[in-house]
Design a protein around this ligand. Structure first.
Ligand code: CTP
Length: 486
């Protein structure tokens, strides 16, 4: 392929100039509707991925041959998009190696670029970690032998045969946009071959997600989840026939064949990004209904996921951090079954506790309505206990009523700022022998402090004196309040 410019580009499939609809403003009054974009050459794609350029410099300096080695998947897709006004930093590189010797290649690559092989997996894949830019985080390079895959049944692990060509390897992939490969070895003209058997470049330019064949969801039903995720992230509509295949697969029970483990991973990936669009698609295709009929109502009702997306828009790290808030918004309709559902999917205990906390606060606020305004901090504490900041943030996003929002925030600040100066030894020094009575008295003091009744250490001491006297006189209602200090 020859080097091209914007006016006479030739792609692998004939004329490379395509009418584009997202290619910037028109340049002249004679072309009000259409701009023309150029299919990039392999050389241009490589130039758009600075990390790859550094990798190529090092492998060349080390004399490592790269024949039969290709960059594939997301990095290629995003490099093609980068020319379309959506520059996307690439941190991970996926390499496909023709022939079966990918582990050997991973070792050679690591040695050539000063990295290390951190993992060798089943099925001829390995991961190399290397610092290519001093001071920057290491880049992760996944190396896999080109393979063919056959699936005995939907959801089953594939039978893998190594030693395939790049074209065969692309044939097992999910979507055309992910099935473009660029050769790492340059030809005599310094260009890099682009292998694009499914016209992925054109689909990327026309912004369409298309399965590469009719069996894509039959082979791997998790691709239904991936389809929704990519459509949301890239803002690519799903091509109608592909959408039809996804809907048919869901109706035929494909979702039920996905293991809980893989479903959890896919859900987590969706919730780590702006998730409103993907969840809307999953709802439309019947996936949420299949998982649990209450989920769809859940995520739609307060538009909460959309609000989270908006609040974190443009900040990828922030968006990733709040995935548990999105999970709370998604699962609020499950009510008391939240914990069981999250356990079934295999989420770890700390995640379940946090999400359950989100859901409990959301439901409590919703159920209370304006009664929330009449509750004291101590009432809220007895009902909700400790509440993490993300739960408050979520409840605040859900809350349209300024007074209720203010009430919640006052509780958040009271929780944050309330700490007793008295300790257990102070209670014992005041005449309580020890045991649970000490905890009960401290708990009562804490509730009163939360309500602002004990603003000074002196006030705490005075209250302690009263409680000890009551306790000695035969117990007190207050001291039996059923809580202990945090
Ligand atoms: N792939 C697939 N089917 C899957 C998972 C992955 O066909 N169920 C293929 C796709 O070609 C994909 C590649 O494997 O491009 C790598 O998968 P992954 O690392 O999940 O995606 P990326 O390509 O890296 O894209 P991104 O990280 O942007 O999601």
């Amino acid at each position: 392929m020859s080097d091209v410019d914007d006016t006479d580009a030739q792609g692998p499939d004939g004329p490379a100039d395509l009418p584009g609809r997202l290619n910037g403003p028109p340049t002249g009054s004679d072309q009000p509707e259409q701009r023309r974009v150029a299919i990039p050459t392999g050389r241009e794609l490589v130039a758009r991925i600075p990390l790859l350029g550094l990798l190529l410099e090092r492998t060349e300096a080390a004399g490592l041959a790269l024949d039969g080695v290709y960059l594939v998947g997301g990095a290629v897709r995003d490099a093609i998009l980068a020319g379309d006004g959506l520059p996307t930093p690439v941190f991970d590189l996926d390499l496909a190696v023709e022939g079966a010797a990918s582990e050997t290649f991973a070792e050679l690559l690591a040695a050539a670029i000063g990295g290390e092989v951190i993992a060798e997996h089943r099925f001829g894949t390995a991961t190399v970690l290397a610092v290519l830019v001093q001071g920057a985080p290491p880049v992760r390079i996944d190396v896999a032998a080109c393979r063919t895959e056959t699936y005995a049944e939907p959801g089953a692990l594939p039978e893998v045969t190594l030693g395939a060509t790049i074209a065969e390897d692309l044939a097992r992939r999910d979507f055309t946009a992910n099935a473009v490969a660029v050769a790492l070895a340059a030809d005599a003209d310094g260009n890099h071959l682009v292998v694009d058997p499914y016209n992925g470049m054109i689909d990327i330019f026309t912004r369409l997600l298309r399965g590469i064949h009719d069996q894509t969801f039959h082979d791997d039903p998790t691709r239904i989840m991936r389809l929704a995720r990519y459509s949301g992230r890239l803002r690519f509509p799903v091509e109608p026939a592909t959408r039809e295949l996804a809907v048919e697969a869901v109706a035929a029970g494909a979702i039920q064949t996905i293991s809980a483990d893989r479903m959890r991973q896919e859900l987590e990936l969706i919730l780590e990004e702006a998730a409103w669009d993907p969840l809307t698609l999953l709802a439309a295709w019947g996936v949420l209904d299949t998982l649990d009929a209450r989920l769809e109502e859940s995520f739609r009702l307060p538009f909460l996921v959309m609000r989270i997306d908006e609040a974190t828009a443009g900040d990828v790290d922030l968006s990733r951090r709040v995935w548990k808030m999105r999970l709370g918004a998604l699962t609020i309709g499950l009510g008391d079954d939240v914990i069981g559902w999250l356990r079934w999917l295999g989420f770890p205990g700390d995640v379940i506790a946090e999400v359950d906390g989100h859901v409990r606060l959301l439901r409590f606020v919703r159920d209370q309505g304006d009664d929330l305004l009449t509750l004291a901090n101590s009432d809220l504490y007895l009902e909700l206990g400790e509440v993490v900041d993300d739960s408050f943030a979520l409840a605040a996003l859900a809350e349209d009523e300024q007074p209720r929002f203010a009430r919640l925030d006052a509780y958040r600040i009271a929780l944050r700022d309330t700490a007793l100066t008295l300790r257990g030894e102070d209670v014992m020094a005041a005449g309580i022998a020890g045991g649970p009575e000490v905890g009960r008295i401290l708990g009562t003091l804490f509730l009163r402090a939360l309500d602002g009744e004990l603003p000074t250490p002196e006030a705490e001491r005075a209250a302690l004196g009263e409680l000890v006297a009551q306790s000695k006189a035969g117990g007190s209602d207050e001291a039996d309040a059923g809580t202990s200090a945090p």
